[in-house]
Design a protein around this ligand. Structure first.
Ligand code: MN
Length: 317
């Protein structure tokens, strides 16, 4: 597991689970004091605004070799309160232990969707991750991100690992999450094993949203294959959550299969010191290419509450 260089050169998706003995995670996980890992884009400003909610579009394209099983990403959206969106990405390294990596992410998201209205969660995405994790008994691990919008426009985000979220306003990215990883391609992850991270390791942030803002949430299959300027371009072109989500997922899928595309993933790999062999560098070659992966995209358009007619609707993938 430790020698990962060949996989980078192949630019294949094979994210690493933390190396550890298969010790069962304690089932006595208790929700304790929250460690806040704030980010520079957090905003404390607050002013009176009309009530808002989210109009959703979602699109999932599984890794081609995993399409028959639906891939290992899982997600849900809910119109509870101002709106909830969440993605978990099952860590594929579990397959070498004959564990289906999809089971953990699917159970985690299923539990999270049921716990959205839980009193102890109190509409806090970090607590939601903690309680959903504690209720998950599948073997495996996953990165996970949850965002919950208050009707007053405050978007509360909790993120463990390298799923991501962007907020776009008037053609610009005004908020971006930062991936958490132990080393390249080994993200922070919620795990069935005690060595994994917990909800207390989440990056948490509040972002003040306005009507018309667009939220783009994705698994790393999106952000490893699509640059922010491309996200801005597509969202601006469609300005419709359903069409934008499909267009972003399609673009990510096309880039992921393009061996000649200098993707965000290949740029990051080279920045971390991974590249083609020396003799190829002499010939002017470099490590490039998209990264095949499960691709999940959720686009949320912030709308006036009166524009979003069905408050009970929820969907899961
Ligand atoms: Mn992924």
């Amino acid at each position: 597991m430790a020698n990962v260089t060949p996989r980078f050169i192949m630019l294949q998706c094979y994210r690493l689970l933390l190396h550890c003995p298969p010790t069962p995670r304690s089932t006595a996980l208790r929700i304790r004091a929250i460690t806040k890992r704030s980010c520079s884009a957090c905003s404390s400003s607050h002013q009176f605004r009309a009530e808002v909610s989210i109009s959703f579009g979602t699109h999932l394209i599984p890794h081609p070799s995993k399409a028959d099983r639906g891939g290992e990403d899982a997600f849900f959206v809910s119109n509870y309160n101002g709106g909830v969106l969440a993605i978990a990405d099952g860590v594929s390294g579990w397959a070498v232990r004959n564990v289906n990596p999809a089971l953990f992410s699917q159970e985690l998201m299923s539990n999270a969707s049921y716990l959205v209205m839980d009193n102890e969660v109190n509409y806090n995405p970090q607590i939601l991750l903690g309680k959903a994790h504690a209720a998950t008994y599948s073997i495996g691990s996953a990165t996970a991100i949850v965002a919950m919008l208050e009707k007053n426009g405050t978007l509360k985000v909790a993120n463990v690992g390298d799923c991501g979220l962007r907020v776009l306003r008037k053609g610009q990215v005004i908020f971006s999450t930062t991936p958490q990883e132990h080393y390249f391609d080994c993200p922070y992850q919620l795990s069935s094993e005690i060595i994994g991270q917990s909800y207390r390791d989440a990056m948490v942030c509040n972002v003040e949203l306005l009507e018309g803002d667009m939220i783009v949430m994705g698994s790393d299959g999106l952000f490893d294959n699509v640059f922010d300027h491309e996200i801005v371009s597509i969202v601006s072109r469609f300005n419709n959550a359903i069409e934008a989500a499909k267009a972003l997922a399609d673009l990510a899928s096309n880039h992921s299969m393009d061996a000649n595309f200098d993707s965000p993933y290949s740029l990051e790999a080279r920045n971390k010191g991974f590249d083609v062999p020396f003799w190829k560098k002499i010939l002017g070659k470099k490590l490039i290419g998209g990264k095949p992966d499960d691709i999940t995209v959720i686009v949320g358009q912030v709308v006036s509450s009166s524009d979003n007619s069905d408050p009970s609707e929820a969907s899961q993938g």
